[in-house]
Design a protein around this ligand. Structure first.
Ligand code: SF4
Ligand code: SF4
Length: 273
């Protein structure tokens, strides 16, 4: 099976989070058209494969406010060669359309407390007909919201906490977050990764809108192109060339961490076994 992290040209969002470069950014009509065409080309490619594929859409900004991402999620979820299709989302979109997806669709939902009324967010999560995790950025101002959310979500819904970029947590602060997310220690510090085996570049790849294939979103070297097949001979077990890996969508594939065991069956949507 090949796992693909897809990120097209889209780089706009309807939310205005203080910690994000894509806050309230707008895409030009040309960029939106290009993003749609790139996504449709990608889904067409997936449809024609004779091997199993899993996909995580990791757009800069928010994808599900665009019809083409909603359509891609539903369509891919029904393809016989697609094991899983998931997307990172702020869940600002309507959710009724998800009833049309198969049980192979999943959501990686992030709660942004300054952007959406709590009750509205909770009700929306509660109505989701597909597998999902819910998460929050570990900003101290978010702590009461995270605690409330943990209380109100069903116990079986995993609530993850992402360490805030650049923030150093005292042990006491980390303990507060770990009481909400028992796996917070994986996010607290960047993982030293240089020279360690990582599944990216072998069974996991990153693809952009032009079909350029890289091992992951964080290593710029290009392995080839998806659409001319030139990436395939480059796939092999590889060591990480970066000093550290500090994003879940990267280090979940770092072999020594053993996170495929922890997230068995839910690696892409971040749901522990
Ligand atoms: S919802 Fe996500 S992409 Fe949008 S502004 Fe907030 S952090 Fe950025
Ligand atoms: S450990 Fe992280 S940065 Fe290194 S290759 Fe894997 S995903 Fe990329």
């Amino acid at each position: 099976m090949l796992t693909i992290l897809y990120r097209g040209p889209l780089s706009s969002c309807d939310y205005d989070c203080a910690y994000c470069p894509f806050a309230k950014r707008r895409d030009s009509p040309e960029r939106l058209r290009a993003d749609r065409a790139a996504l449709e080309r990608f889904t067409g490619w997936v449809r024609e494969r004779d091997f199993e594929v899993s996909v995580l859409f990791t757009p800069w900004g928010e994808g599900l406010v665009r019809s083409w991402y909603r359509r891609a999620l539903v369509e891919l979820s029904w393809l016989p060669n697609v094991a899983k299709v998931a997307i990172q989302t702020n869940l600002s979109c309507r959710t009724d359309w998800l009833a049309e997806a198969s049980d192979r669709a999943a959501l990686w939902v992030t709660y942004h407390p300054t952007q959406v009324p709590y009750e509205r967010f909770l009700a929306k999560v509660g109505s989701l007909p597909v597998r999902h995790s819910v998460g929050i950025v570990g900003d101290p101002a978010h702590l009461p919201h995270a605690r409330r959310l943990r209380e109100d979500l069903p116990p079986e819904t995993y609530l993850w906490v992402n360490a805030e970029e650049g923030r150093l947590y005292t042990d006491a602060e980390a303990a507060d977050w770990a009481a909400i997310d028992p796996h917070f220690h994986h996010s607290r510090f960047p993982h030293p990764s240089l020279g360690l085996p990582c599944r990216t570049g072998d069974t996991v790849i990153s693809v952009n809108g032009d079909g350029m294939v890289r091992r992951c979103h964080f290593v710029p070297e290009v392995l080839g192109n998806l659409y001319d097949g030139s990436y395939r001979p480059a796939l092999r077990p590889r060591a990480c060339p970066a000093t550290a890996c500090d994003c879940h969508i990267g280090y979940v594939h770092l072999e020594p961490l053993g996170l495929y065991d922890l997230f068995a069956g839910g690696v892409l949507e971040r749901i522990p076994f």
